[in-house]
Design a protein around this ligand. Sequence first.
Ligand SMILES: [Zn+2]
Length: 324
Amino acid sequence: VLALDVGGTKLAAAVIDRAGNRISRGEVATPRILDGELLLARLVDLAREIVAAAGLQISELAGVGIGSAGPLDSVAGTISPVNIAAWRLYPLADQVAAELLADVEGFRRPVLAGDGLCFTLGEQRFGAGRGSTALLGMVVSTGIGGGLVLDGKLYAGPSGNAGHIGHIVVQPDGVPCPCGNRGCLERIASGPSMVAYALDQGWTPDAATVPDGVALAAAARAGNAAALSSFERAGEAIGRAIVLTATLVDIREVVIGGGMSATGELLFAPIRDAVQRHAVLAFTQGIEIRASELDRDAGLLGAAALAMDAADAAYRDAEQVNRP
Ligand SMILES: [Zn+2]
């Protein structure tokens, strides 16, 4: 199958086989343009290059899966990524079909899902959450996204937006969030929010240092109190959000990826500590919290899994109809 991953920073594409092997893979920086058709052309060009690099024709693919930054409408097949101004209510699934698949007889429409859901499904099928039947996936990066696997299946919800854990309120009357609420998890524990808090608490990186998540982690490792307190605070907020989720839907595993998760125990230790303190009901205790195994490719692998499932379902339906 062909998997596409659409984000505000990069567009990625890969041809992926049943076992999760990436036969070919490539990515480009997301062009900062306002022309939606030009942006589509760039994505489709990348897709063609990657299919050719796998030594395949488009017509030989079993399907196409697309993971995209949200919000989106998975029923209408439209996306309106906050960080991609060129696309508002953009019918990406139909447009990719029209540009890439028009000449392919009987080709199914690409399957579309949010990037947090694709991350979670990728980890559940091929990564750190392999085989989990009750999994919360979280991406802690510029923002915070997520997704749920419940009863062994990805739970997308009627609009396709289930799992928006970054906008759970963990601090009533906290900092305003662009979503309209206050004290959302994302305003405390995303990379930029963590950096802003540390600066506010007196972290003063030298002039040559870009104050980002990597620099913040280095400062915390060097013992800087403001940087350490930002990690503690973020871990506490993420831990609370995990326990809230576990209380509501009984998850057993959590897989955390994204740039900030690469800081390792700096973030994971306070998360585990907070989960242990806040998980008071017996069924919420003993949740396993793991780092992503697939890193940057989790979204691609999840989009691929969606396309594989859709292909299998269509085949089974056709078998039913054809059986005498
Ligand atoms: Zn919010």
